[in-house]
Design a protein around this ligand. Structure first.
Ligand code: GTP
Length: 598
């Protein structure tokens, strides 16, 4: 197949603007997928998805399209994950493409992820054309949205197409634009092989499946392929494409996209963004921009029952098989015993993993408040990275602390600008841009400490905007900041898993709010419990949980047995998520109390 007839592209969009619906229409209109098979194939796809947990990974579908010029084109439609936590993977997927379709809901207009994704596509030098979707809706205002795209994103709208992915209007024109606007791939199949890994996952039957875009040379069965970042060599078993079913082919050549199977057992060997070459006939240099995915959000997981430690380890190892971005290492807490310190790409990633551990592996976990990684320069000049507040050196040994900051984009209705600016200021943000997209919609850009985002920023944003704000962010770098460790003491003992890092100016207020919250959350016990917050040795807030006087059953007068049982069951429920710290039982909520004070 001539390279001239290949088009590699992605569809990018803000969530719910119709990316999946448009992709379905494109598959349906291209010869590879007959309409009657459509449902079945989409289901297949969903099974795959289900096996892998959630749509966090990209995949690629190869279809044929007979264009108006009479020629048959091969389209490789490369899917991108939709959440900010996985923007690294979006970026990888875009590197496999020459073009991107930017879908914007014509009734909504440009949203935060529209911008973030468009910028990623521009950074990757892709040709882009906008699709204004949902023009069947009465509220659709394509002219206004076109104006926003030109004005705010700075994108040429000459090739924009008005579409209803729902009714199918405009989809034929999209197919023609793909041929017309996106360039064919470059590269030479006779050069030494250079292919980009843009996705991989573990299949229990076939081992690791690699998704790759070949830029130079080719990949074929029996070839000795080498991963540049690790130097590991594997013999290729099979190559092929997704139609969307896995379909074997003879080879994958420069310009093509497909899968490679090579009996690889360990997903860690196939790093997303790595370059595949041929052993003994290596390409001169790796494809540009290989950068390992780094966790940015950290939390510790402890089993509520110490006997479940090994189960937790097994479960996490299984999850990691399919998720190279999830990292963990054993941790011992004075308060909580044996557990693991875990690293994630973001908050959603963390929630997914925790939920899967609890649901699929039936584990009861205590998790600590999410934290970020700080760069600390000690007074002796040593530089260390600390992601666990309890591991922070004592204040007298710290010369300076730097924290990760992000560039955040928020799009909202004009009426919520005031409260949102207030929120961003409260969260130590620095305003970068404020622009009216139209009379009623506003684009806001802020530099914000990641630490302030992991502490319930989404929830606050949602509540101050009554849900009318879209949000996206990307890591921007490190910023020096006046931070301190706030310890919580229960009956005089520091509970290491409750320590948090906060800005000095807010420490006093946070300490008050935290101890008050703890008092609400820690149930009364047979004795008095003192709760204190301290910076170093200085106690800056305190409360007391009064001792329990009666036992719960006393209320029932011995009469109503069902009520009694209910009460006991309720107690047992509550107990499940408690951890005894010394003599005091502390519930899970207390470890996340920092997320609940503001
Ligand atoms: P995620 O997969 O969640 O990221 O969203 P998406 O961008 O893929 O959006 P999806 O295709 O799931 O569409 C979101 C919603 O919009 C669905 O309820 C669709 O049925 C609806 N939708 C998509 N295209 C159109 C359209 O052209 N007109 C109308 N009226 N609704 C549409």
């Amino acid at each position: 197949m001539s390279k001239e007839l290949i088009r590699n592209f992605s569809i990018i969009a803000h969530i719910d603007h119709g990316k999946s619906t448009l992709a379905d229409r494109i598959l349906e209109k291209t010869s590879a997928v007959e309409k009657r098979d459509m449902k079945e194939q989409i289901l297949d796809d969903m099974d795959l998805e289900r096996e892998r947990g959630i749509t966090i990974k990209a995949h690629a579908v190869t279809v044929k399209y007979k264009a108006k010029d009479g020629k048959e084109y091969t389209f490789n439609l490369i899917d991108t994950p939709g959440h900010v936590d996985f923007s690294y993977e979006v970026s990888r997927s875009l590197k496999a493409c020459e073009g991107a379709i930017l879908v914007v809901d014509a009734s909504q207009g440009v949203e935060a992820q529209t911008l973030a994704n468009a910028y990623l596509a521009v950074d990757n030098d892709l040709e882009i054309f906008p699709v204004l979707n949902k023009i069947d809706l009465p509220a659709a205002d394509p002219d206004k949205v076109l104006e926003q795209i030109e004005h705010v994103i700075g994108l040429d709208t000459e090739h924009a197409v008005l579409v209803s992915a729902k009714t199918g209007v405009g989809v034929d024109e999209v197919l023609e634009k793909i041929v017309e606007v996106f360039p064919p791939p470059k590269g030479d199949e006779n050069n030494p092989t250079a292919a980009l890994i843009f996705d991989s996952w573990y299949d229990s039957y076939r081992g690791v499946v690699i998704l790759t875009r070949v830029f130079e040379g080719k990949i074929y069965p029996k070839m000795k392929m080498k991963f540049i970042s690790t130097g590991k060599v594997y013999e290729v078993d099979e190559v092929g494409i997704f139609t969307p079913k896995m379909t074997k082919t003879k080879e994958l050549k420069a310009g093509e996209v497909g899968y490679v199977i090579a009996g690889i057992k360990n997903i860690q060997d196939t790093k997303i963004g790595d370059t595949i070459t041929e052993d003994g006939k290596e390409c001169a240099e790796p494809l540009p921009g290989f950068q390992e995915m780094k966790p940015v959000v950290f939390s510790s997981f402890f089993p509520t029952e110490n006997t479940h430690y090994e189960d937790l380890r097994d479960a996490m190892e299984k999850l990691k098989l399919n998720d190279a971005a999830f990292v963990f290492e054993p941790e011992t807490s004075d308060a909580l015993g044996f557990g693991f310190r875990c690293g994630f790409l973001g908050l959603l990633h963390m929630e997914i993993i925790q939920e899967r551990l609890e649901r699929e592996y039936n584990l009861d976990l205590i998790s600590t408040a999410p934290s970020v990684e700080y760069k600390i320069t000690k007074t002796n000049g040593e530089v260390i990275f600390v992601s666990n507040p309890s591991k922070m050196p004592e204040p007298q040994y710290i010369q300076k602390i730097e924290e990760p900051v992000v560039n955040a984009t928020i799009v909202t209705k004009a009426e919520f600008v005031g409260p949102i600016l207030q929120l961003c200021t409260d969260r130590r943000g620095i305003q970068k841009r404020l622009e009216y997209l139209s009379q009623e919609r506003v684009l806001i850009e802020y530099e914000l400490p990641l630490n302030e985002i992991v502490i319930d920023f989404y929830d606050r944003l949602k509540s101050v905007s009554r849900g009318y704000a879209s949000f996206d962010y990307s890591i921007a770098g490190m910023r020096e900041s006046n931070l301190v460790k706030l310890d919580i003491l229960v009956n005089g003992e520091i509970v290491d898993a409750l320590s948090v890092i906060v800005h000095k100016d807010k420490a006093y207020y946070r300490a008050q709010a935290l101890t008050r919250k703890m008092k609400e959350l820690i149930p009364r016990q047979m004795f008095e419990v003192a709760i204190q917050a301290a910076i170093g040795r200085r106690v800056i807030a305190r409360t007391t949980v009064k001792a329990l006087r009666k036992n719960v059953l006393a209320k029932c007068y011995g009469g109503d047995i069902t009520r009694k049982r209910k009460l006991l069951e309720k107690q047992k429920e509550g107990k499940k998520r408690m951890k005894a710290v010394g003599k005091v039982k502390i519930p899970q909520e207390a470890f996340l109390a920092i997320l609940k004070v503001n």
